[in-house]
Write a protein that binds this ligand. Structure first.
Ligand SMILES: Nc1nc2c(ncn2[C@@H]2O[C@H](COP(=O)(O)OP(=O)(O)OP(=O)(O)O)[C@@H](O)[C@H]2O)c(=O)[nH]1
Length: 867
């Protein structure tokens, strides 16, 4: 097809052949400044034309060949104005074809051809536009012809039929006649003009003008070939362009098409130009490189967008042989960053935390929130009962041993519709941290004091925590229903703790309540709301949530679960967060009634599912923008924790020797609990029962069921394994039996502590208590039997008895520690001699006795140790 098109003469020039041979070779170009370029060139030979085998293409091809002179004369005229050099280049092109390698001139010709081609493309574009105009003209012409015909028909019916073709033929004859004149005048526009004429002609011959075979008729005249050629050009713009390029090169090669290799080269050149441009911009780019205190070479290279190998090379030049994975310090990194033309931005590891907490909320965004109230007080003073009474539930009945062992968080809606968030803290001394935590996250503290019991140690501790947290307090004097209740005594006793209640002229509110009889509860609620109103508690609910972990645990079915009290913002399902050294995405939120909720606003306690691990109670929860950030912060915090844990105390001679001489017995133990707060409380309580002689060594403590690794760890140290409200899993149980591990299960912390205490005491040797019972002076020494010596004594104080322990001292220095073997008085054996009397005594295992020595007599009592 294309060949047949090529065969058509272009502006009356020689047609292109169908088959051509291609010769190719390489030529080296030399440029200024020693630059070189090797170019692959191809030379296409002109095909021998007029082969008999050519059917359709042959006929029109032969026609223009017959009279090439006028077309050839016209054709070169067309490109000349655009590219004057071609005539000069025609010579080498003509001589070159027989050679396999092209000369430099030929190459230049090629380059010129490419340039010309670009120009021709522009011309083609113009031509296309003109073609469109031409088509419009054809349409107009057609319409006019139609009108004429109709007019003729109406004028004369019979002769009109014969006359009708005449006006159609006239434009055909006129148009080609006009065309050559225009070619001579304005070569570029020629095809367009010719097109118009041709179109006019074709409309007369047949309605579809671009048919290939229509020009057969006008072949006899040179003019019609032009319109035909123009039509081809309309069909194939590329070929039209080719013809013009060849025009620029040589007469002989005018029919030569642009080679495939040339196209490839052009494309390659374009691509190179594109990439070269890209790399240039990249090199120019200067970046702000964030560099932490320590960074690996690879990471630095990534941040600089440079090759790692280049950095290694630069470091090597600086005298540092490092690999990509080795770390360098900030100063070295700075040298590298500057060398590569970037700017350093020094950061510290701790900077990771910067901005994790959102900005301070604007006043207009703040909305009133529910008060958070923590109930504190001594064990069994009725905290849980009071909260149960307020909530209308019964938590206390479900507690092991009736005591609270972890923080409970609940929301209560009052009769008026006000919402109050309550935190119930344990009263037992072991839960001091929990109480402190409770005091720190709360707005108001309710101090529960049993009216029959008064102020107790944990009541005072709670007062101290409250004072430390700077939180207002309301005193709830409970159990006023009891006959021995004395609320006034409680108020007076509070004075000694610097708590002055309103009744006593102070500013601390107090209420008399009975959790059992449910009296005074409304008054208590009122006072809480009054206090909250005074405090003007507000938070912005429309921001990323922040909160505190109240409790955390590892649930068998749900994984790590944390009870969080949202402080500000709204926590939503799907939020990404960091809690302490753990991160995650909120999978589900469960409120205090066990219902799934979609979001939790300020002052709402809520259970979060979707944590990577069990966080520590008291940890901060912060919602962050994405998971990467959450992981980054969590990893940093984890690293800090590990560093702190593994940090070794600097060794010095003093502690080295003290460590060697220490005789402290260690009591190793592995602890597993149901909730994080309980484990924490157990660990701190056990540490507190440690003494100078025996110390609890907690090998491992954690939340969740007892696992195989716990058993293995315990068996390695022959340590007891304590499970608080947890049991071993299926694999750990048989292993524990096999390893003969002492497994202890508890659900009340007092029992646990008591048993551990007894057991630790049992590991200590019984206590020896010495009681001095008498003192005697050695008056003289005389032989007793063959070897032994007897001491003649005067009992100065107390008593001397046979079998008593004795210490013989000489000038206040102990000579020996012995036992009274036998005792005689006037040759009679006696069992004891009292003060003021003389006697003779044989000492066991020693004869080193001298007159003037003193004998100290004592009894030793052995007592079982307690802790
Ligand atoms: N008579 C009387 N008994 C009460 C009252 N409130 C609580 N009790 C009893 O006191 C005991 C202890 O009550 P809890 O509510 O468990 O006390 P608690 O302070 O929560 O104890 P811990 O959480 O273990 O610190 C229970 O047996 C209650 O029935 C009250 O107002 N009157």
């Amino acid at each position: 097809m294309s060949d047949s098109k090529e065969d058509k003469p272009v502006l009356g020039r020689k047609p292109l052949g169908i088959k051509r041979t291609v010769e190719s070779g390489q030529v080296q170009q030399q440029f200024s400044h020693g630059r070189k370029n090797t170019v692959v060139v191809e030379v296409k030979r002109r095909r021998v034309l007029g082969k008999p085998g050519e059917s359709t293409g042959g006929a029109p091809a032969a026609t223009p060949q017959a009279d090439p002179a006028p077309t050839a004369a016209a054709a070169p005229a067309a490109p000349r104005p655009a590219a004057p050099p071609p005539p000069r280049q025609q010579q080498p092109v003509r001589t070159a074809p027989p050679q396999s390698l092209m000369s430099r001139q030929e190459l230049q010709a090629k380059l010129l051809r490419e340039a010309e081609e670009a120009r021709m493309n522009a011309q083609e574009e113009a031509r296309r536009r003109e073609d469109a105009a031409r088509l419009a003209a054809i349409e107009a012409e057609k319409r006019r012809a139609e009108e004429n015909r109709q007019a003729a028909e109406t004028a004369a019916s019979a002769p009109a039929v014969e006359e009708a073709p005449a006006p159609e033929l006239t434009p055909v004859a006129e148009a080609p006649a006009a065309a050559p004149q225009e070619v001579a005048a304005q070569p570029v526009e020629t095809p367009v003009e010719a097109d118009a004429g041709a179109a006019a002609a074709s409309t007369t011959a047949a309605p579809p003008p671009p048919r290939r075979f229509t020009p057969v008729t006008p072949v006899k005249r040179p003019e019609p070939t032009k319109p035909e050629r123009a039509k081809k050009g309309e069909d194939n713009r590329r070929q039209a362009g080719k013809l013009t390029v060849t025009k620029a090169l040589a007469d002989d090669d005018s029919a030569r098409a642009r080679s495939l290799a040339a196209l490839k080269r052009a494309r390659e050149k374009e691509r190179r130009a594109h990439y070269a441009g890209g790399s240039k911009t990249r090199e120019k780019q200067s970046r702000d490189v964030i560099v932490p205190e320590v960074i690996t070479v690879q990471e630095l290279a990534n941040r600089m967008a440079e090759k790692g190998a280049d950095l290694v090379k630069s470091l090597f030049k600086m005298g540092q042989a490092v690999t990509l994975n080795q770390s360098i310090d900030q100063d070295t990194a700075e040298l590298l960053v500057e060398e590569f033309g970037h700017r350093i931005q020094r950061v510290s590891d701790a900077d990771i935390e910067i901005g994790i907490e959102g900005e301070a909320d604007a006043v207009e965004t703040l909305k009133t929130r529910a008060p958070v109230v923590t109930i504190m007080g001594h064990v069994d003073h009725g905290k849980t009962s009071l909260l149960d009474a307020l909530r209308g539930t019964s938590v206390v009945s479900g507690e092991s041993g009736g005591i609270t062992q972890h923080i409970g968080a609940y929301q209560v809606t009052t009769k008026k519709g006000d919402v109050i968030t309550f935190l119930d803290t344990p009263g037992h001394e072991a839960f001091s941290e929990m109480r402190a935590r409770g005091a720190n996250v709360t707005d108001i503290v309710i101090l529960v004091v049993a009216a029959d019991d008064g102020l107790m140690p944990q009541t005072i501790e709670a007062i101290n925590h409250t004072k430390a947290a700077g939180v207002p307090m309301i005193v709830a004097i409970n159990k006023v229903d009891k006959p021995d209740a004395n609320p006034q005594k409680v108020r007076e006793r509070l004075l000694s703790e610097e708590i002055v209640v309103e009744d006593m002229g102070g500013d601390v509110q107090d209420v008399e309540v009975s959790a059992l009889k449910k009296t005074g509860l409304d008054e208590l609620i009122e006072k809480i709301l009054l206090q909250a109103e005074l405090m003007e508690l507000t938070a912005n609910p429309d921001r990323a949530a922040e909160g505190n972990v109240i409790e955390a645990q590892l649930d068998r079915g749900r994984g790590a679960v944390a009870t969080v009290l949202v402080r500000k913002g709204t926590l939503k399902v799907g939020d990404t967060f960091v809690i302490g050294a753990e991160s995650g995405k909120v999978r589900a939120l469960i409120n205090d009634k066990g219902q799934q909720v979609k979001s939790a606003g300020p002052s709402t306690p809520v259970e979060i599912l979707g944590l990577s691990g069990v966080p520590m109670a008291g940890d901060q929860m912060t919602v962050v923008e994405n998971e990467a950030r959450a992981r980054e912060v969590a990893a940093y915090r984890q690293e800090q924790i590990t560093r702190k844990r593994t940090a070794s105390v600097p060794t010095n001679f003093e502690n080295m020797f003290s460590a060697l001489s220490t005789k402290v017995i260690e009591y190793p133990v592995v602890i597993r609990g149901d909730v994080q707060g309980s484990v924490e409380a157990i660990v701190s309580a056990l540490n507190r029962i440690s003494t100078d002689e025996i110390k609890v060594r907690i090998l491992s403590s954690g939340v969740g069921a007892i696992t195989e690794s716990d058993v293995t760890l315990a068996s390695a140290s022959r340590a007891p394994l304590i499970g608080f409200n947890v049991r071993p899993n299926a694999k750990a149980r048989p292993l524990a039996i096999r390893e003969k591990i002492s497994l202890r299960y508890y659900d009340v912390i007092y029992d646990l502590l008591e048993e551990v205490r007894n057991e630790m005491a049992g590991q200590l040797a019984p206590e020896r208590i010495e009681t001095i019972v008498g003192r005697a002076e050695v008056l003289q020494v005389f032989p007793a039997g063959k070897k032994d010596k007897a001491a003649g004594l005067l009992v100065m104080e107390g008593i001397i008895r046979k079998g008593l322990n004795a210490r013989l001292t000489r000038d206040d220095v102990i000579v020996s520690k012995t036992v009274i073997h036998s005792l005689r008085r006037f040759k009679d054996d006696v069992s004891e001699v009292r003060a003021g009397m003389e006697c003779g005594a044989v000492l066991q295992d020693t004869n080193d006795i001298k007159a003037g020595d003193t004998l100290e007599l004592f009894e030793v009592e052995e007592r079982v140790r307690t802790l």
